[in-house]
Design a protein around this ligand. Structure first.
Ligand code: UDX
Length: 445
């Protein structure tokens, strides 16, 4: 009999995981404690913009015409407990208010509820990003005869469907002994399709599996802050960080990915994960090992401030009475997520210093408006730029990179000055159309 799977927590990670499990052929029941979320998902809709996810849901959600019917949703723990052979816990672990540490209350609550309903012999699989040591503690909350595995998730927003269906690795942390062996066997069955396609399957103990996730995110954050530090040096020395990144990226040991200098990283993962990692290392007495992450964080936050300074300089020294167009509000393209978005942070700082800011983003307008209702918003890039004294390109949507016509935009602004906070526009094209183009870590031309 095919395994029956529940997915607890149907946010970004859970909704995608549930749909992907149905796509792999399993019967899936998604559970969330928020009834509105469940209603939406049961109608095949998702509360965020994620390419391909609604199509995947529509292929499987029961009750949608032509669907496999393998995916259903509920708010009932009893139903989930009775249904599942394997329970994936996908609830979120945000940063605690006023602290670096991560807030485990959703994970703890999910395990407490699950412990009361889970069937003997079932497998619980944690996917949430948690401080190292959590899996061992959580395993102790489950009843006798219920095994726990830790299986971190590496999906990127904007590529969530692809990353879940074709992961570049599957990491599984299990307990020692027969229980761990059984957990590994069950997860090999769950992931049989991607493993057959060639995804490496790495089996570890609990702490290593937990650490794989936080160390991977720390490495990515370090790579971005490294190139941003080089951008600062390039600015001081008159070098070009884009050329530098291209050149060092040819070294296979370095690689060219995640070397785009600009206003830095944001989003719901990298910033909070490196902070929670530092906090946890402190608790373990290993804080010295991660003090460098403090520097990674400061380099990153400094980028936002230097973008504001670059804009101030372009405006002759102050924002008062100046019109600033901001292209991009989300923390990265192909997402509507504005959590800790460098773009919105810069827009907010300029607004608070007296600038008249008008923002346009292809998908993030509603979320941005909710977070920063006092900023101005325009329905198109052209409208945002109308009358602007400076244009800031802060999220590298394709619509901006390929869709903007520099000549047309020049015809609506007050002054054709563009500051590229993502090093993603073609300087030659913009300069040829009469623009003053400036980017972080690059010569003024
Ligand atoms: C990240 C990890 O990549 C993923 O594996 C993990 O599961 C969750 O966290 P995500 O938050 O979706 O994924 O964003 P990511 O694509 O990693 O980008 C993070 C930030 O770094 C964005 O703000 C992006 O604009 C910025 N970035 C990325 C740069 O500034 N320069 C780069 O070269 C690459």
């Amino acid at each position: 009999m095919a395994l029956k799977i529940t997915v607890i927590g149907t946010g970004y990670l859970g909704a995608t995981h549930a749909a992907a499990m149905a796509e792999l052929g399993f019967e899936v029941l998604g559970l969330d404690v928020v009834p509105e979320k469940i209603e939406m998902l049961a109608a095949g809709r998702v509360p965020m913009y994620e390419p391909g996810l609604e199509d995947l849901l529509a292929r499987h959600v029961a009750g949608i015409e032509g669907s496999s019917g393998r995916l259903r949703f509920t708010t009932s723990w009893e139903e989930a407990g009775a249904f599942g052979d394997v329970h994936f816990v996908c609830v979120n672990t945000p940063q605690k208010h006023g602290e670096y540490a991560c807030d485990m209350s959703y994970v703890d609550a999910a395990f407490a509820s699950l412990a009361g309903v889970v069937q003997e012999g079932a497998l619980v699989v944690g996917k949430s990003t948690v401080p190292v040591g959590s899996a061992l503690r959580l395993a102790g909350l489950l009843p006798e005869g219920v095994e726990l595995a830790w299986n971190p998730e590496f999906l990127r927003e904007g590529f969530a469907v692809q990353d879940t269906l074709h992961p570049d690795r599957i990491v599984v942390g299990v307990s020692e002994g027969a229980g761990g062996e059984r957990a590994e066997k069950v997860l090999r069955e769950v992931y049989a399709v991607p493993v057959a396609e060639g995804s490496p399957f790495v089996v570890t103990d609990y702490p290593t599996a937990e650490l794989v996730k936080t160390s991977a995110n720390s490495f990515l954050a370090t790579k971005i802050s490294f190139i941003n530090a080089m951008a600062e040096v390039c600015e001081a020395a008159g070098g070009d960080v884009a050329k530098l990144a291209e050149a060092i990226g040819h070294d296979e040991r370095i690689g060219s990915k995640f070397l785009r200098a600009g206003i830095g990283f944001g989003g719901g993962c990298l910033p909070k994960d490196i902070r929670a990692f530092m906090a946890r290392a402190g608790e373990l007495g290993a804080d010295q090992a991660l003090t460098f992450l403090r520097e990674i964080d400061s380099i990153n936050m400094r980028r936002r401030a230097s973008m504001v300074e670059m804009a101030r300089e372009a405006l002759g020294g102050g924002f008062l009475g100046k019109r600033v167009a901001v292209l991009g509000a989300t923390f990265k393209p192909d997402s509507d997520d504005v959590r800790d978005s460098p773009a919105l942070n810069v827009a907010g700082q300029i607004h608070l210093q007296g600038g008249q800011v008008t923002v346009y983003d292809p998908k993030g307008m509603d979320n941005a408006r909710r977070l920063f209702p006092t900023l101005g918003y325009a329905p198109t890039a052209l409208d945002a730029a109308r009358g602007a004294d400076v244009v800031l390109h802060l999220t590298e949507w394709r619509e901006f990179r390929d869709g903007l016509d520099p000549a047309e935009l020049a015809s609506v602004v007050t002054s054709p000055v563009i500051l590229d906070g993502r090093n993603a526009l073609d300087p030659v094209r913009w300069r040829e159309a009469g623009w003053t183009y400036r980017a972080m870590g690059r010569p003024r031309a």
